[in-house]
Design a protein around this ligand. Structure first.
Ligand SMILES: Nc1ncnc2c1ncn2[C@@H]1O[C@H](COP(=O)(O)OP(=O)(O)OP(=O)(O)O)[C@@H](O)[C@H]1O
Length: 228
């Protein structure tokens, strides 16, 4: 599903935000990406979603070589990826329903299909009863779930999240992670960037760790028994 081959990203400032990173993520995997602030997590996600281009190396996503995508092809490529942001970027002057509907409207779906899919997505994140509310009236956890519904409404085969639990307390963070697990269980490939090591450890999934732009770990962390 995702292949990075010796990928380096150097920003104009001259710094290597990623240095010779090679990795593969198979279809249907749930993987966490971790590392300190500035380690390169966001850069890796921006390359993966064709927001940035690599300076060197090759990136293949869903069989497409991102280095060969033309500007015009990028929006079509992105339709197959759901993206969840830390600050969820919801529009506070529109209802929950309209926020989730946006990607479908942009893609030109008929209004009946939009309504059906939006309600299915809101149902999956447990917010069907709040479709008419304005997101500003929702809690932080609920707002993040609206962001997740919007990311999955298009039924993407890949779901990417950048610090999706950054502003949430541990209980709500666990809830959001549970949602990612659910989408993964029905076949969606999920990549979640997070610096919350405790939360990641509890998930018992594959972890990729970056340090100063280099991939320093790829594996499932050993489960440490908790003291009684
Ligand atoms: N657009 C940019 N132009 C120049 N340098 C950048 C740009 N974006 C990121 N960087 C630099 O690249 C390095 C990696 O940044 P990146 O945002 O990928 O890290 P991160 O692991 O996501 O950090 P954080 O958890 O703080 O978001 C940092 O040193 C950062 O300052």
């Amino acid at each position: 599903m995702i292949k990075f081959d010796n990928v380096t990203k150097r920003y104009e400032t001259g710094q290597d935000a990623l240095a010779r990173v090679s990795l593969e993520i198979g279809r249907g995997e749930l993987v966490f990406l971790t590392g300190h602030s500035g380690a390169g997590k966001s850069t890796l996600l921006k390359l993966l979603t064709a927001i940035e281009k690599p300076t060197r190396g090759q990136i293949i996503v869903g069989g497409q070589n991102l280095g060969r995508l033309s500007r015009g092809q990028v929006p079509y490529f992105r339709r197959n990826i759901g993206i969840v942001f830390q600050n969820h970027q919801l529009l506070f002057d529109r209802s929950v329903f309209d926020n989730v509907a946006l990607p479908l409207q942009v893609a030109g779906y008929a209004p009946r299909d939009v309504a059906r899919r939006v309600r299915a997505a809101l149902d999956k994140v447990g917010l069907l009863s709040k479709e008419r509310q304005n997101p500003i009236a929702l809690s932080g956890g609920e707002q993040q779930r609206v962001g997740i519904a919007r990311a999955v409404v298009n039924k993407p085969s890949l779901l990417v999240a950048d610090e999706p639990t950054g502003n949430l307390d541990p209980e709500l963070s666990a809830e959001v992670m549970g949602l990612f697990r659910q989408f993964n269980a029905v076949g969606v490939t999920v990549l979640v960037a997070s610096h919350d090591l405790e939360l990641i450890r509890r998930m018992q999934q594959r972890v990729l760790a970056l340090q100063a732009g280099q991939l320093i770990y790829d594996g499932v962390p050993a489960h440490e028994p908790q003291p009684a």
